[in-house]
Write a protein that binds this ligand. Structure first.
Ligand code: TPP
Ligand code: MG
Length: 592
């Protein structure tokens, strides 16, 4: 809504729930993901009136709803809203607020609140949300007067989207939603983004010209297509080797000759060693956080190696590692400005080539034991992902297969929880497919993560959309088993799982199920899943012994004697699986 229309808009009497729904539309919110509660009936009623402008997505679990809103924010670069009920709903939804905070994702979470007159009595489902969410969210507030709704919603959107984007939690006092008021809607304020100043760009070019071993670390949220193209133009024309931060894999086109791989959990030790040799770090959108810097060990804090750090929020620049140059700028604006600079005539061609060959060597498919080689599966998948595919991931060791072996191209997206939240991938895929139905959407998730929020696949059926879920089944919380074998070899405690037949599970919903036991069965199974047009689950029955892309359980135990008395022999992995269903051959590999 523009200012002129807002001034003219008649302020008819509306209940608070309707004022809120209108305020969301006025602020450009077009998706609300919710699990209902009696605490916001009036708002649901208001949303009914706005149903043609605002898609209301009814979910099965608040963690699913909030993660869907978070995924929307990551993909669209502007916030969606989640709505949950008081107390229990807010507790379930809290995980998505943590994801949005650590991932710098714009998002709004509305929480129904108890009647004001009962506040402080430990009333039914009462929680003080300012206290509960203050360390999790960028801003927490409560609306107690219906007349303040347009103002507070507008400010909430501004806070969520400005500087370092993040989640804003807004509690809705119950009676204010019922109050009938006359209040005008407020327009969105067009705010120009921060461009880098020319002197900083010159200094950046100067630092680059003096460097012999530069490395870019790409990260951050809210990159748009123009920004991605521009950052590619800047980095490719300068032939700077590019790494991507943890779960920011598709921020750079992996097929390009200067892509050097990912910095995060389970990264190539060879790459990490080379980064320590670099003489200039271009941290473009990266906060140089815990996972990227290998637990803050990759760089030194006094800045012996010069860092140029570009972030949209000055308070985040140099938070841990002191940079030689900090640039406060919107990432897309920075990229456009940097792309316009004449390339620096650098002498680091051999260095870039060296890092690229490391990446290539990492991507070569090893001869893993067992009939299902997941490295080969990732390479098959790469050839079948649509050019604009959206891939979502969960937390877990399985994600290492994609980061090591799968290259994304510039039109593709890859989103995951940088805070390591399990249960993200399936809801994120459902939210992504609802918001962007024309894109192929593929979720990757472990057997542990799938059983946390996989039920959100019901939301996909409810909304008639068809994401494809790849379940990496190793019958365990594999990541923790890996840590366990390192710290307490041979003593498996609390990390084994018993699973359902995932293909049958999706069939019970009316979807398409596949079980893949061997490499050659994957491509035809994937094609059948796409062509089914229904939500699909492809279960990848892994060799549980291959605990990471680089190590087996035996490797982790090597040199460490089994405790005495010797443990009972481990039950054979296959015995825990139902009889494998042979995926039929037929369809050849094709891009779908
Ligand atoms: C919500 C949540 N609970 C627990 C953890 C701790 N955790 C990290 S990875 C992991 C195991 C994941 O298991 P699975 O999804 O099967 O993937 P795998 O590691 O086996 O590939 C656990 C329990 C977490 N990160 N998030
Ligand atoms: Mg697992």
């Amino acid at each position: 809504m523009d200012l002129a229309r807002a001034r003219k808009s008649r302020t008819t009497a509306r209940h608070g729930g309707r004022v809120l729904a209108d305020a969301l539309v006025a602020q450009g919110i077009d998706h609300v993901f919710e699990v209902p509660g009696e605490s916001f009936l009036d708002t649901l009623d208001g949303l009914y009136d706005q149903r043609h402008k605002l898609k209301l997505v009814t979910c099965r679990f608040e963690a699913g709803a909030v993660n869907m809103a978070e995924a929307y924010g990551k993909l669209a670069g502007r916030p969606a809203a989640a709505m949950v009920t008081r107390g229990p709903g807010a507790c379930h939804g809290a995980i998505g607020v943590h994801v949005a905070m650590q991932d710098s994702t714009p998002m709004l979470l509305f929480v129904g609140q108890i009647p004001h007159e009962d506040a402080g009595r430990d009333a039914f489902q009462e929680v003080d949300y300012r206290r509960m969410f203050s360390p999790l969210a960028k801003w927490v507030t409560q609306i107690d007067h219906a007349k303040r709704i347009p103002e507070i919603v507008a400010h909430a959107v501004d806070v969520a989207t400005s500087g370092r984007p993040g989640p804003v939690v807004v509690a809705l006092s119950e009676e204010m939603q019922k109050d009938v008021v006359e209040v005008p809607d407020l327009p969105r304020v067009p705010v120009s983004v921060a461009f880098p100043d020319p002197a900083s760009l010159e200094q950046l070019a100067h630092l680059l010209s003096r460097s012999k071993k530069p490395v870019a670390v790409l990260g951050g949220s809210c990159w748009n297509a123009q920004g991605r193209a521009a950052i590619r133009q800047f980095l490719a024309s300068n032939n700077v080797p590019v790494t991507v931060g943890f779960r920011r894999q598709a921020t750079y086109d992996g097929t390009l000759d200067n892509f050097a791989g990912d910095l995060g959990v389970g990264s190539d030790p060879g790459l990490i060693a080379r980064i320590k040799e670099a003489d200039l770090i271009l941290a473009l959108g990266s906060r140089l956080g815990d996972a990227v810097t290998q637990g803050y060990t990759l760089l030194d804090m006094v800045g012996s190696v010069p860092i140029v750090q570009v972030l949209p929020d000055g308070a985040e620049i140099g938070r841990v590692f002191r940079p030689a140059l900090g640039i406060v700028a919107d990432l897309n604006a920075f990229a456009v400005a940097a792309a316009a600079m004449p390339p620096v005539k650098g002498s680091w061609g051999a260095w870039t080539q060296e890092l690229r060959s490391l990446r290539e060597a990492q991507r070569a498919v090893p001869n893993y034991q067992g009939p299902l080689n997941l490295a080969a599966v990732m390479r098959e998948l790469e050839g079948m992902l649509a050019p604009d595919a959206i891939v979502t991931t969960d937390a877990g060791n399985f994600a290492g297969w994609a980061t090591r072996f799968l290259n994304f191209s510039e039109g593709q997206r890859y989103i995951g929880p940088t805070n390591g939240a399990m249960g993200y991938s399936v809801p994120a895929a459902v939210g992504a497919k609802i918001a962007f139905p024309d894109h192929m959407v593929v979720s990757m998730v472990g057997d542990g993560g799938f059983m946390m929020t996989g039920q959100e696949i019901a939301t996909a059926f409810h909304h008639g959309i068809a994401p494809i879920v790849l379940v990496f089944n190793n019958q365990m919380y594999g990541t923790i088993r890996m840590h366990q074998e390192r710290a307490y070899p041979w003593r498996v405690s609390g990390t084994a799982l018993t699973n359902p037949d995932f293909a049958k599970l999706i069939e019970a919903f009316g979807g398409h199920g596949e079980v893949v036991n061997e490499t050659a069965a994957f491509a035809p199974a994937f094609i059948r899943a796409v062509e089914s047009g229904r939500p699909a689950v492809i279960e990848l029955r892994m060799n549980p012994e291959q605990i990471t892309t680089r190590a087996t359980i035996a490797d982790l135990r090597s040199g460490k004697a089994p405790p005495k008395p010797a443990p009972k022999p481990k039950r054979a992995a296959a015995a825990q699986h139902p009889k494998p269903v042979r995926a039929g051959g037929g369809a050849g590999k094709k891009r779908v």
